[in-house]
Write a new protein. Sequence first.
Length: 137
Amino acid sequence: MLQLILKDTVTPCRSRMIARAVKSFLDMFVTSDVLFDIELVLTESCNNAALHAYQGLPGELEIKIEILENQRVDFQVRDWGKEFQCPWQLPEKSEESGRGIFIMRQVMHSFDYSRENNSNVFSFTKKIGPKQWKECR
């Protein structure tokens, strides 16, 4: 198992940049079709931290990645901002937000949210098929 922990200050502007940094790291291990889903989920979860937990102000963010080669990649995205009211159902069409969580749940194999020690913790798992792993060169 390989583990990477990334700590950064998240803002609405930096959320995509942080997700791309993780994507660049994972590009050594998995194929582009898997990276698309991972980048989408990380961008959305970083953006949620920036907009909802920190209300647009800079705040601390931690992303933990565990790679179990030929099996899966596990993610944990943590912020120490305002408690997040995680929507577990698709919101009504008239609501302006809440669809990101629904999309994340669709592209990942597992999704969980919890509030731990004054922090919001989003946990994801992406199972990756044998042909979606890059060979060590």
